[in-house]
Design a protein around this ligand. Sequence first.
Ligand code: FAD
Length: 297
Amino acid sequence: MFIPELKYFKPETLDEVYRLLKSKENSAVLAGGTDILVEMKQGIRSLNNIISLNKIISLKNIDTTTDSVIIGSCATHNQIAESNIIKKYLPALANAVLTIGTHQIRNTATIGGNLCTCASCADSAPILIIYDALLEIGSDSGKRIVKATDFFVGHHINALQKGELLLNIIVPKPAEHFGAHFEKFGLRESASISVASVAAGILLENEIIKEANVVIGACAPIPMKSEQAISVLLNRNITDLTKDSELLKEVGEAAAQEVLPIDDIRASAEYRRNIVNVLTQRVVLKALSKINNIIKG
Ligand SMILES: Cc1cc2nc3c(=O)[nH]c(=O)nc-3n(C[C@H](O)[C@H](O)[C@H](O)COP(=O)(O)OP(=O)(O)OC[C@H]3O[C@@H](n4cnc5c(N)ncnc54)[C@H](O)[C@@H]3O)c2cc1C
């Protein structure tokens, strides 16, 4: 299907973007276009005005402050994966975005677009929640900050109001003995949408798990925190959390029981639960192994 006639704007400043968003009826911004153009071609979305973000260079930056890593919403997945800043401070994010689409898609698709599309299977979302990311949102009336967890309101519904733009993703630099990992399961080796995905983050004090987080993707309308898996992990000694250990199985089972998967063309709900069980065990162990690397390194 062809995209119906529309007006295409290429503003060069944020103020111009805000003005266009406010004044143009039935408009949307375009970052990489890998979601929005597909939706328009499929007739899922019909827009009269497209506002390209391509000339807003400041939205493509990846930078650090003393405490945080700042990722511009228009940074592409490949830019993030290749960034030395991301590899140093947020290695699990670098690995997570490499699971998105193909090399060509990652060259174009942006992290902001992935979050704003707000699909339940968005692969950058679970790991950003694990890293306690904050989203900086701008409009002609100023800026506001929203926690990544609060940005996902429903499947394809985000927390942006009309006229608002996602500017930056602000990620606090993780503590020294923190490790994180994300894995997804799709029906192909590459360019596959997640049937289920899991991200875990663990903070150790000596050998005790002081903080833990487990976030599951594609098994509920929005990324879902597994409170049950987290409570199984908290205050446990990592020497009890080895491959095939009873404790690790308990964590996987807790996550699998808590998710709310659906049957769809990609998998049955039951299959998704099994995948969540396996992935949870895997990411918890890998998150732990990253901490050991940090301690040794
Ligand atoms: C072949 C293929 C494979 C894919 N594989 C995966 C995959 O494995 N995992 C995955 O998660 N996704 C996948 N996707 C989906 C898509 O590539 C990602 O969601 C991508 O990150 C979207 O980014 P974009 O820059 O292309 O967004 P766009 O299409 O430009 O925009 C998407 C939506 O977000 C809005 N938007 C974009 N930027 C902003 C902003 N800064 N502020 C406010 N609103 C904004 C747009 O208006 C639009 O509604 C795939 C897509 C294709 C076509």
